[in-house]
Design a binder for this molecule. Structure first.
Ligand code: FAD
Length: 122
């Protein structure tokens, strides 16, 4: 699902249609689970930037504010690196890896990806 939502108002319940869609995916990849009992459901959100790149930067107008967001469903595996880069920004150190492409300034970011978000789109 890639519908924009307001996190304060997002529908947090899972409907039958979504369960059927999950079963269809299971049927392709883990057929033994496809008709199993549903014991727990959960809706969670992730934030997508327009081009799927993270934002790791200072606020241009308030440099004391450091941003780390827009992990586009891929942030967890980068957590140690992101933590190090954010701490370097917060401590006014030179980032130990290049972060220009993760600018908060839209004019310094690469153009939006068309039709695909790192394998999560169409
Ligand atoms: C379904 C799903 C699948 C994913 N799969 C992968 C994957 O396979 N591999 C991967 O690398 N990444 C994956 N991710 C992405 C990864 O989980 C995120 O990129 C990562 O957790 C982002 O870390 P974060 O600290 O920025 O945000 P979060 O982990 O969302 O943490 C934000 C925290 O802030 C708290 N918070 C929010 N608002 C407020 C507030 N107003 N006041 C106080 N606290 C607040 C929240 O409760 C939460 O604890 C997935 C995400 C989702 C939703």
């Amino acid at each position: 699902m890639d519908e924009p939502v307001d996190p304060e108002k997002a529908n947090r319940s899972v409907d039958d249609e979504q369960i059927v869609a999950c079963r269809d995916v299971c049927r392709r990849f883990v057929p033994d689970l496809a008709d199993g009992e549903v014991v727990h459901t959960k809706v969670c959100l992730y934030d997508m930037t327009e081009n799927s790149d993270f934002v790791l930067d200072r606020d241009p107008d308030h440099p004391e504010v450091v941003y780390g967001y827009g992990f586009s469903g891929h942030g967890f595996k980068f957590a140690p690196l992101i933590g190090r880069l954010l701490s370097e920004l917060a401590l006014d150190k030179q980032p130990s890896s290049p972060i220009e492409k993760f600018s908060a300034d839209p004019s310094r970011r690469r153009p939006p990806t068309v039709g695909a978000h790192l394998g999560k789109g169409k």
